[in-house]
Design a protein around this ligand. Structure first.
Ligand SMILES: Cc1cc2nc3c(=O)[nH]c(=O)nc-3n(C[C@H](O)[C@H](O)[C@H](O)COP(=O)(O)OP(=O)(O)OC[C@H]3O[C@@H](n4cnc5c(N)ncnc54)[C@H](O)[C@@H]3O)c2cc1C
Length: 376
């Protein structure tokens, strides 16, 4: 008899896993999503490096309309005054079919929903109770429906509700004293940057990332800045901190900006139940400073799929060992970038800029710092 799987959450992680299960046809599965629909009108961008494109290609990612994606070849690095410091060739990690890709998150969700939308997602479902029954897990939802399954996959994001049901050891996400501001620009808004590249601008306690998200070169703009409150009631106060550093940025900040407090999970902990797994941000939530959150969601879903498909050995143990090793590597780099991009002392910035120029020219450094993440 086919094993039955409940996936909690229809974000990038849950949808990726569902697609592989759908393709493989050896399991019964259902995604239970708390919201009433998928966020298909969300315009913000996402960067996917080759590690995740390699996996998405197994799901026929090439069928996505090529006008809706972009392949930036370089990253240009500036200071906040828009003076170019150095650059990095992103295309060096590409192969013919696996290219560094930027797109709207909704384009990715649209692609991932295609095959499974009608039969394999139930909306408006929130877990109310769980128990073990005859070697399986019985999930009761708050609309009085239930499901008896062999595996539960927590794919419900950084504030995973699944974790709160199954884990005794708490791993509460921590506010990182930082806020992300995002918008979509349809021009460079007076900044002297190349619209076809990823641009990183580093300032005092803040950095900006701007990149094209389609062939039309609409630009995703994200600014991460340090801020002690996780509920920024007045975006203007935040903006003033940046515009003070470069008045040319005023034009960007006339756009419709939305803010997000940034959280990360402090520890990487195993599941305490052999039938329960965590993928994506529910496994570990990173800072976005290596642009790997979605990439790791895709990787974790694929790793787990392969283990469930083959059912060899202690899959819980194998999954945790492999995933935590990978997550630790990405976490170290994300945290280090966060520190590096936000230096406030002028002196430290000069030293950082010197070493950045030096190291980004060294192929061996670039390969061990980024290549081992991008070319998994
Ligand atoms: C500013 C910013 C920029 C970023 N940029 C990038 C980038 O360029 N590249 C990159 O790779 N990553 C980026 N990320 C990270 C990336 O967006 C996330 O890591 C990724 O979306 C996580 O996917 P997920 O499926 O694990 O979780 P989520 O996307 O959070 O999805 C979780 C799903 O579970 C549902 N859910 C929640 N609770 C429940 C419940 N109780 N019951 C049922 N369903 C539930 C939610 O509604 C949602 O649909 C960025 C993040 C931020 C904040």
């Amino acid at each position: 008899m086919k094993k039955k799987i409940a996936i909690i959450g229809s974000g990038i992680a849950g949808l990726t896993l569902a697609n592989f299960l759908y393709k493989n046809k050896n399991h019964d599965f259902m995604i239970y999503e708390k919201n009433d629909s998928l966020p298909l009108d969300e315009g913000y961008g996402i960067q996917l490096s080759t590690n995740s494109i390699k996996i998405l290609n197994k799901l026929n990612f090439s069928k996505v309309d090529s006008e809706k994606i972009y392949h930036p070849k370089d990253l240009d690095i500036y200071n906040i005054q828009n003076k170019k410091l150095c650059d990095l060739n992103l295309a060096q990690f590409n192969s013919n079919n696996e290219k560094y890709t930027t797109l709207q998150r909704s384009t990715l969700i649209e692609f991932l929903k295609d095959d499974i939308y009608t039969q394999h997602i139930r909306f408006g479902k929130i877990m109310k109770e769980v128990s073990e029954l005859k070697g399986k897990v019985l999930i009761k939802f708050d609309d009085n429906t239930n499901d008896l399954v062999d595996y539960v996959i927590g794919a419900d994001g950084i504030f995973s509700n699944t974790r709160t049901f199954f884990e005794k050891k708490k791993n509460k996400p921590v506010f990182k004293n930082a806020i992300a501001l995002r918008t979509i620009l349809n021009s460079t808004s007076g900044l002297d940057i190349d619209q076809s590249k990823v641009s990183l601008m580093m300032g005092k306690n803040c950095h900006l990332v701007i990149y094209p998200i389609n062939k039309n070169k609409d630009l995703n703009f994200v600014c991460i800045l340090r801020h002690r409150k996780n509920n920024p009631d007045n975006i203007k106060i935040l903006l003033d901190k940046i515009v003070k550093q470069n008045p040319n940025l005023k034009k960007v900040y006339e756009e419709d900006l939305k803010s997000w407090p940034l959280y990360a999970t402090p520890k990487i902990l195993p599941s305490s139940n052999s039938k329960v797994f965590y993928i994506g941000d529910a496994f570990n939530g990173f800072l976005p400073t290596l642009a790997q959150g979605a990439g790791q969601s895709i990787e974790s879903a694929y790793e787990l799929f392969n283990l469930i498909k083959n059912e060899r050995g202690d899959i819980q143990k194998i999954y945790f060992l492999e995933r935590s090793k990978r997550a630790k590597k990405v976490r170290r780099r994300s945290n280090f970038n966060f520190f590096l991009f936000h230096l406030s002392s002028k002196f430290m910035q000069i030293i950082r800029n010197f070493f950045m120029k030096f190291f980004l020219k060294r192929k061996s450094f670039v390969n061990s710092y980024l290549g081992t993440v991008y070319k998994n």
